[in-house]
Structures are given as structure tokens and as C-alpha cells.
Ligand binder design. Structure first.
Ligand code: GDP
Ligand code: IMO
Ligand code: MG
Length: 428
């Protein structure tokens, strides 16, 4: 059978966790393929809110298997906390959760290196989540990393010490940076012991065997396309391949196995951390979106920067991912606005362009907006697209026409049930 991929088309936090949870009933396996505890995926049902960082968002469905793929980086301490939370909610982790031996480990010293690097960058800092993501992927590509499978080897401690020696040497160059590694190590080693007791698998064999048996897989992206290491707003990006191709390298599946690519976007736009954001609103409107949309990070609690929807950026993300279906999130947040603006092109060095250029820094690029009428109605209880306000329908068809890909789901609230599935013929 085939693999479907679900990924964020903006700067992350589009609502991936919620929709993976909604779609899980259609799949046998949900698999994360990149990123790590920098992600915060929120799910809400039965009046309980869950935030997952490393564990796939299918974990609350009985019968679904959840794979943490080789492309993911794992901090055993955060992983253990997540599993402990799941146990409190009676999730059968032993049955439902499988971890790739080839996933890389985030060491306490990776987190220190992340913090030291950010401190040294000063006002040019990336705004990293400080979870050690960058340094861990650097060790992976630098061929120094430790992998989950290493914790099963007799000489794991030697390998750890070898890498730590390297890290201490690097840290010694950050003269201003003070750290206390001794206070971090005991909890980390305890968590490594815990990790050893979970289901560690050769995930590439596992997923390919599952596909041969006719199983269906949904690959769950983390972060978003504009944070991709190659195609995002470099250097203000994360350190992994967040786009569709990352699901192949992060799970060991062949490109021709991929069928549907679900691209998720918010009905407006947000970004957390530093870096360019052409449609950012620095005014009251931005604050209104932040408050109404509760735009505060699920991992770090930082306020998210807010702005209007950016279609050239969205088209770019659709192209590089081969998106087949669009999913629009947080439509309810726009309720009550007189006018909604959408960026349809940019003025760049004096000329109007409709694509995302190499440099998108403020001052170089200016968004050109189209204004659409807003809707007054509260849509959080809407369960049928037919009954949606006219102006919302107009917004959806405008976007669909501009983007050239069908919008198949509209989300109108954080709960699992606040999800409207659209027939393709519904959008005219
Ligand atoms: P992810 O990282 O892509 O999984 O997204 P996050 O969980 O970081 O951020 C999305 C936030 O929006 C979470 O707090 C969700 O509960 C919430 N959310 C998701 N969909 C909707 C929606 O349609 N409306 C509203 N108001 N909130 C939503
Ligand atoms: P989810 O999966 C939003 C951002 C950080 C920072 C940059 C680099 O919840 O959508 P890193 O810690 O990866 O080195 O940080 O990327 N970032 C995210 N922003 N959602 C995320 O994940 C993010 N993961 C990383 O804020 O700007
Ligand atoms: Mg998030």
C-alpha cells in the first residue's frame, strides 16, 4: 500500500497534531520522520488538551501503531516525560509505540551547545527552542552522533564519553557561557534506561514490511516548509528536512510509495523565533490575532508573531511538497473581522513579483494585499460547510482558485470535533 504525508506549509504550529489525530482512523500506522522535541503538537478531545513533542499524534487511537522514525532526534528525558503522561491516560505504550534504532539521541551537552551558540549570536540568534536540535543534527551529518541503537551496546558509556569530550572542547571556546553538566546527566541516564525498556525497532524494515502487507501509513511532519533546512528562510530555520522528501529519508520509504500529500496552513500566518516574515503585523491587528488565536508556543510558551496569509509563500510550499490536498486551520479566529487581507504578490526591488525570492527581509520586500469581506458569525459550532457564512465560502474559494489545489478540510476550533470535511464540489 501507499504512504500519505501530512505537513505544515508555513512556519510551523499550523495544527498538524489536531489533524493527524482526526485522520488517524484512516491509517494503520502514524510515523514521525524528522524534528524532535522542538515540535509541540496539540490535540484536544473530551475537554482535555494534550501536547506531544516527539511521539506521533496517532497515539490516542486504539489500534494505531506509532513509529518514531530514523530521521527524528530524541531527548530521552523529554521522551520519558511524554510517555509518563500517556501512561496516566491509560495509553498502552508497549503496544502502540515503536522507536527506530537509527534515530539520533540528543545529549544534555547538545542542549548546552544550542544555548551557547544562541548566546554567542546575540541579536542575530535563530530563536531556537533550545532543545539541542541544531547540534544533534550537526553531529549526525558530521558522523559523530549517538543513535538509539547504541544504548543497547555494551560500550555505550564509552561512546557517550567520547562525544562528550568533543562537546566540552567546543564549549570551552564559548568563554561567556557557564554550564553545569553534572546536574543534567543523572536524569538523562535514567531516561536512557527507560528508553531501553521500550520497543526499539529497525524501523525501515518495519515500515516496508507493513507496506507489503497492505498497511496504510500517515507520515506526520513537524515544523513547517518555511523552516526547512534547504528551502526555508535560512539561516532562520530548523536543522531538518521538513518537506515531503524528508519522509523518505526519515522513514526509509521510496518516493513512489507516496500518494496523498496533505498541506496544512492557518487561515492567517504565524511565526515563533527570529527571521523574516513579510506579512507580519506589528499593530493592533497582529495583537488581536494573537489573543483570539491563543498564539503562544506549545513548546516554549513564547508569543507567536502574527500576520496575514501569504499566498506566494504558500504556493512555494505547495510546489516543493507536491501538495494534493489543502487543510485550512483556525478559520474561527478570523470571525468578526470587517476585512481580511491576503498577500497575493510582493513588490520586490521596485517590481511586482508573485513568487518567493531569495531575500525576503523587511525593507527589501513589501506585500501587496487583496482585501476580502470578513464574516461576523461565530463558526465554532459549524459542522456543515453548506451552512457556512457566505463570506467564509468566498474566502475558501478565493484561496482555492489562487492556490490551484482543493481545500478538503476546514478547522473551526481546537477540538477533534470542530473539523469540517469538504466535498470537492462544495467549493465553487
Ligand atoms: P502543530 O505544531 O502544527 O501541531 O500546532 P500547535 O499545536 O503548535 O498549534 C496549534 C494551536 O492551535 C493549538 O493550540 C491547537 O489546539 C489550536 N488549534 C488547532 N486548530 C484550531 C482551530 O481550528 N481553531 C482554533 N481556535 N485553534 C486551533
Ligand atoms: P511544530 O512541529 C514553530 C522554530 C524555532 C526557531 C527555529 C529553529 O510544533 O510546528 P530549533 O529549536 O528547531 O533549532 O529552532 O525553528 N521552530 C518551530 N516553530 N513550530 C515548531 O514545531 C518549531 N520547531 C522549531 O522557534 O525559530
Ligand atoms: Mg507546534
Amino acid at each position: 500500500m501507499t504512504v500519505d504525508v501530512l505537513l505544515g506549509l508555513q512556519w510551523g504550529d499550523e495544527g498538524k497534531g489536531k489533524i493527524v489525530d482526526v485522520l488517524t482512523r484512516n491509517y494503520d500506522i502514524i510515523a514521525r520522520f524528522q524534528g524532535g522535541p522542538n515540535a509541540g503538537h496539540t490535540l484536544e478531545f473530551d475537554n482535555i488538551k494534550h501536547v506531544l513533542h516527539t511521539i506521533p499524534s496517532g497515539i490516542f487511537h486504539k489500534g494505531a501503531l506509532n513509529v518514531v522514525g530514523n530521521g527524528v532526534v530524541i531527548d530521552p528525558v523529554i521522551f520519558k516525560r511524554e510517555v509518563d503522561d500517556l501512561l496516566k491516560h491509560n495509553v498502552d505504550v508497549n503496544k502502540a509505540l515503536l522507536i527506530s534504532r537509527k534515530a539520533h539521541l540528543i545529549l544534555p551537552s547538545h542542549r548546552l551547545l544550542d544555548a551557547a551558540s544562541e548566546q554567542a549570536k546575540g541579536k542575530n540568534k535563530i530563536g531556537s527552542t533550545l532543545k539541542g536540535i541544531g547540534p544533534t543534527y550537526m553531529d549526525k551529518t558530521g558522523r559523530n552522533g549517538l543513535r538509539v541503537g547504541d544504548i543497547e551496546l555494551d560500550d555505550f558509556k564509552d561512546r557517550y564519553n567520547h562525544l562528550l569530550t568533543k562537546h566540552k572542547q567546543i564549549l570551552s571556546h564559548y568563554h561567556e557561557f557557564e554550564y553545569d553538566l553534572d546536574s543534567l546527566e543523572p536524569e538523562w541516564f535514567e531516561a536512557v534506561d527507560f528508553l531501553r525498556s521500550l520497543n526499539l525497532i529497525d524501523s525501515e524494515h518495519y515500515v516496508n514490511a507493513a507496506l507489503k502487507k497492505g498497511k496504510t501509513i500517515l507520515a506526520e511532519g513537524a515544523q513547517g516548509s518555511l523552516l526547512d533546512i534547504d528551502f526555508g528562510s535560512y539561516p532562520f530555520v530548523t536543522s531538518s528536512t521538513t518537506m515531503c522528501a524528508g519522509s523518505c529519508t526519515g522513514l526509509g520509504i521510496a518516493p513512489n510509495r507516496i500518494k496523498n500529500v496533505y498541506g496544512i496552513f492557518k487561515a492567517y500566518c504565524t511565526r515563533v523565533g527570529s527571521g523574516p516574515f513579510p506579512t507580519e503585523l506589528h499593530d493592533e491587528m497582529g495583537e488581536e490575532l494573537r489573543q483570539k488565536g491563543h498564539e503562544f508556543g506549545a513548546t516554549t510558551g513564547r508569543p507567536r508573531r502574527c500576520g496575514w496569509l501569504d499566498l506566494p509563500a504558500l504556493r512555494y510550499a505547495i510546489d516543493i511538497n507536491g501538495v494534493t490536498h489543502l487543510i485550512m486551520m483556525k478559520s474561527d479566529v478570523l470571525s468578526g473581522l470587517e476585512k481580511i487581507k491576503v498577500c497575493t504578490s510582493y513588490r520586490y526591488k521596485g517590481t511586482e513579483i508573485d513568487h518567493l525570492p531569495y531575500s525576503i527581509e523587511e525593507g527589501l520586500i513589501e506585500p501587496i494585499y487583496t482585501e476580502l469581506a470578513g464574516w461576523k458569525e461565530d463558526i465554532t459550532s459549524l459542522d456543515n460547510y453548506e451552512e457556512a457564512p457566505r463570506e467564509l465560502k468566498d474566502y475558501v474559494s478565493f484561496l482555492q482558485k489562487e492556490l490551484g489545489v482543493p481545500i478538503t478540510i476546514i478547522s473551526v476550533g481546537p477540538d477533534r470535533n470542530q473539523t469540517i470535511h469538504l466535498e470537492e464540489s462544495a467549493v465553487v
